[in-house]
Ligand binder design. Structure first.
Ligand code: SF4
Length: 193
């Protein structure tokens, strides 16, 4: 759907320069999704893997983040292998709803209630990032945290449109349960893509 060199705005790698490959297509259907234009893959042209790798190389980015849409709807072995061959660190952003294929240096699973994450995806996560929209989402976060590996980084992130109203719940919750860390969509505050 789009390719751009920017700054990772969320989670563990916040603030790092990264090239984003956003794959079109998603059937998860979050009502607060901020990239709804990614859902219909037929609206976006196919690109050859070689072309994608060339774009990343041209940027000079050290990290490439494969995001979506829901990128794990596709087999990602060939793409990730081609990127790894260039010495890039390859990260993934996924809801975890599909089997994760490919080779990654960092996997962020952000589970969604509309299409539950697979246990196997949660177990592969280096980072669990749960979006908080209402109070029930804290229970949802804890339930997902039961299935991640021991050293998985745990993040709670306010849903953007509700950030002002849910932030005090999040800060209160993290003070009580400091295994969680707050993640902010800093790219939106900083007005960068
Ligand atoms: Fe949007 Fe991601 Fe939800 Fe898909 S999984 S609807 S891309 S927020």
């Amino acid at each position: 759907m789009e390719l751009f060199y920017s700054i990772q705005g969320e989670g563990k790698h916040t603030g790092k320069a990264a090239f984003f490959i956003r794959l079109a297509g998603c059937d998860v259907g979050c009502h607060w999704c901020d990239v709804k234009e990614s859902w219909n893959k037929s609206k976006h042209p196919l690109k050859h893997i070689k072309e994608l790798v060339q774009e990343v190389k041209k940027s000079g980015a050290p990290i490439v983040i494969i995001t979506g849409g829901e990128p794990t709807m596709y087999p990602l072995e060939k793409l990730t292998q081609a990127l790894k061959k260039e010495g890039l660190l390859v990260h993934l952003e996924t809801s975890g709803a599909y089997t994760i294929t490919g080779t990654f240096d960092w996997i962020c699973v952000s589970p969604k209630k509309r299409k539950l994450p697979l246990k196997e995806s949660l177990q592969k996560a280096d980072e669990l990032k749960v979006v908080i929209y209402n109070k029930d989402d804290f229970n949802w976060a804890e339930n997902n945290a039961l299935d991640v590996k021991e050293n998985c980084a745990l993040f709670l992130q306010p849903e953007w449109s509700k950030a002002n109203s849910v932030m005090h719940w999040i800060t209160g919750y993290i003070k009580e349960k400091p295994k969680w860390v707050v993640s902010l969509q800093t790219h939106k505050y900083l007005n960068i893509p």
